[in-house]
Write a protein of this length. Structure first.
Length: 571
């Protein structure tokens, strides 16, 4: 008599039977899976909705398919056999070779039911295969710690990264070989992972890792201000810096010269770019990491804080058939984000939109982006000249830094292209003077320039703890002298949501210099900043501080923030 073959039980039923999941939660998860067209596995949805943990899901799958379930640790992995599979294959398929015994490879997989994957592993390794089930989180953690790994997974795998782990390294590290070895040990890996993970979680734009007198100080730049995050023992400086250099493919033996690199990491399954810069100081190397998290930045112009009248003028300029649109401001004022928003608004299948950048911060669909490579001679000016032979409609130049780039951009604008770029100036009118100082003739600037947008970023008042308050009398009198009147003043008193700062997030303040015929004539005849500003105000230009005051009246920011960021408002 034939033995009946029972089909595998469904994952939801297994979890309910184990007591890990309620029937109500299972019903809700199945409904979400149907809404998504079954593009996600049920286990992924249950973890995402926090109805179950990854461990519970994998444990039930392992039991159903008769596979051992394992919590991975470093001592389970034989480093000598890691190369039995190609490194790219391990990282892409989330599998981890553990050890070989008597010609049988034991390997950890996240999907024990995937028979095709297991057959493929057997063929690639040319060995018999025994699988164990492990959570994707555990496999990612172990893959990250493999020698010469190029994928760095920053996830909530560092919940046990406390001071006790860090203090396992007692002595200062001097020998480069020792540094490289210790930089690959799990306490240092967990510490660096925690630093990056926490920075992304807090919404930091930059991470400062700096040697202090008695410790290694970690600070995050959040909403434009630096905040101390943590302090760790000073003797970890070289190990932490070496770990970051290994991730960024930098030379760990070079501590006397500055170095720059880039790291691609995964956090919660999404890609985040880190730009690394090291610089030697008297106490050791200081490292700054710029965090480029696309999820925290909106590239929609409507979300960037533009007032309606300013946005209308800006939108009009970015759909012009030709000419130059400049965005100006100091470093960190959001110029690149504004330009990306403009490109995002005009990109289409009908337009050939090209960019020349250093570096490329965000990758956009339907846009051809080119990276400057100064080491091999591909400078902004050379890349721009080459780009003009690529039949572009719209060109974005990351920054006009020299006369050659400025002249090439103006030539492109005068020959029928729309050009976007940035300059470092304090206000919109100063952009004209800056180009003249670079050596560009005023008549060329007047002919090519369409608009200059100057901007700053100011901190938003936290809406969860916002309240009205009475400012000091001296401030009120100063505002009255400027004929600025406000019905109410707002500030944040500080709460958990804003880390007791009273501010959460930032918003732009802007001024737009729209170039008309009268201003073009002034650029040729009298291009002084004072004259251009006088004419622009007569023609209705809203200045930076005036746009800021509008946002104060709306309760978005504080008067102190505007006075600090916009500078001398009486000029």
């Amino acid at each position: 008599m034939a033995t009946a073959v029972h089909p595998p039980r469904r994952l939801g039923d297994l979890l309910v039977q184990k007591g890990y999941l309620s029937e109500e939660h299972l019903t809700a998860a199945l409904a979400r899976q149907r809404q998504g067209g079954r593009s996600k596995l049920l286990g992924e949805i249950l973890v995402e909705m926090e109805f179950c943990s990854e461990d519970q899901v994998v444990e039930c799958l392992a039991a159903e398919y008769g596979v051992p379930y394992a919590r991975l640790e470093a001592r389970l992995v034989d480093p000598k056999i890691v190369d039995v599979l190609p490194r790219d294959y391990i990282e892409q398929n989330l599998v981890l070779p553990l050890f070989v015994v008597r010609g049988t490879l034991t390997i950890a997989v996240a999907e024990p039911a995937n028979l095709f994957l297991i057959d493929e592993i057997r063929s690639l390794a040319n060995l018999d295969v025994q699988i164990v089930a492990a959570t994707p989180k555990d496999i990612r953690r172990m893959v990250t710690s493999l020698p010469n790994s190029k994928v760095f997974v920053i996830d909530d795998i560092i919940e046990d990264s406390d001071a006790a782990d860090v203090t396992l390294i007692e002595d200062a590290i001097e020998d480069i070989g020792d540094v490289e070895e210790i930089a690959g040990q799990s306490p240092v890996i967990r510490l660096v992972n925690y630093i990056v993970f926490n920075a992304v979680k807090e919404g930091a734009s930059d991470i400062h890792i700096e040697p202090a007198e008695r410790c290694l100080r970690i600070r995050y730049r959040i909403d434009g201000r630096l905040h101390k995050a943590l302090e760790v023992p000073q003797h970890l400086l070289n190990a932490v810096n070496s770990r970051i250099k290994i991730m960024a493919s930098l030379d760990i033996s070079e501590r006397r010269l500055p170095q720059d690199g880039r790291v691609h990491v995964l956090l919660d399954g999404r890609k985040i770019d880190l730009r690394v810069s090291t610089f030697p100081t008297t106490r050791g190397e200081k490292t700054v990491i710029r965090v480029l998290d696309t999820r925290s930045v909106s590239l929609n112009l409507d979300d960037l804080g533009f007032a309606e009248d300013v946005l209308a003028k800006f939108r009009q300029s970015i759909v012009a058939p030709n000419g130059i649109v400049l965005v100006t401001g100091p470093t960190g004022s959001g110029k690149s984000t504004t330009l990306y928003g403009a490109l995002n608004a005009i990109s289409s299948m009908e337009n050939n939109v090209c960019t020349v950048e250093d570096p490329i911060e965000y990758h956009l669909p339907l846009i051809n982006q080119f990276q400057v490579q100064e080491k091999i001679g591909l400078t902004f000016s050379r890349a721009l000249r080459t780009l003009l032979r690529q039949d572009p409609d719209v060109i974005m130049v990351g920054e006009i830094r020299d006369e050659e780039t400025a002249r090439t951009a103006i030539q492109a604008a005068l020959t029928g292209h729309l050009v976007f770029s940035t300059l470092h100036t304090n206000d919109a009118c100063s952009a004209v003077t800056r180009l003249i100082n670079m050596g560009v003739e005023p008549y060329l600037i007047g002919a090519a320039l369409n608009m200059v947008l100057a901007q700053r970023l100011v901190r938003r008042v936290c809406f969860k703890c916002r309240e009205t308050y009475e400012p000091p009398r001296t401030l009120r009198k100063a505002l009255e002298k400027m004929d600025c009147r406000f019905d109410a003043f707002y500030r944040g008193v500080g709460c958990r949501s804003c880390r007791n700062t009273g501010f959460r997030g930032r918003i732009g303040i802007h001024e737009v210099l729209a170039i008309d015929d009268e201003i073009r004539d002034a650029i040729v005849s009298d291009p002084s900043v004072a004259n251009l500003r006088r004419l622009a105000v007569q023609h209705g230009m809203v200045q930076l501080h005036q746009d800021g005051f509008r946002k104060v009246r709306e309760g978005i920011t504080t008067i102190e923030e505007i006075l600090q960021i916009a500078g001398d408002v009486t000029a």
